[in-house]
Design a protein around this ligand. Structure first.
Ligand SMILES: [Zn+2]
Ligand SMILES: [Zn+2]
Length: 124
């Protein structure tokens, strides 16, 4: 936990379902360790926690090949997959149970946003 300096994760942010709109900070995506999807990582624009969301693919007929081959650099980025991730609404999953966290919600601050800058995090 002594890596690059980053804004402090504000644990006191009270949970609220708040749509922040387009986020300016870059997010990275890389293949999921299990190889059946991708992981999108970045910093929550609201609580500044490190949030990590896994998008599973591999269901029949969901365009798995296109997305994974694009991430592996074997084919040009298909407009629809890249566009889908950018259009996706992402929710804070920083892992911290913020105050007033509903029992059925994933641990986070409740913020949602859209990614405007998506970086290829590679396969490492
Ligand atoms: Zn958050
Ligand atoms: Zn948080």
């Amino acid at each position: 936990m002594t890596r690059a300096p980053a804004p402090t994760h504000d644990f006191t942010v009270v949970y609220a379902e708040e749509d922040l709109g387009p986020a300016t900070a870059p997010f990275t995506c890389r293949p999921a360790p299990a190889g059946n999807g991708i992981v999108v990582e970045g910093e929550c624009p609201r609580c500044h926690g490190r949030t990590r969301t896994e998008y599973r693919h591999g269901l029949p007929g969901t365009g798995t090949k296109g997305l994974l081959s694009w991430l592996a650099g074997r084919s040009p980025a298909p407009e629809d997959d890249a566009g889908a991730l950018v259009r996706e609404v992402h929710f804070c999953e920083c892992g911290h149970p913020h105050p007033n966290l509903p029992p059925d919600a994933p641990a986070g601050c409740g913020a949602s946003w859209r990614i405007t800058t998506l970086l290829d995090g590679g396969t490492a």
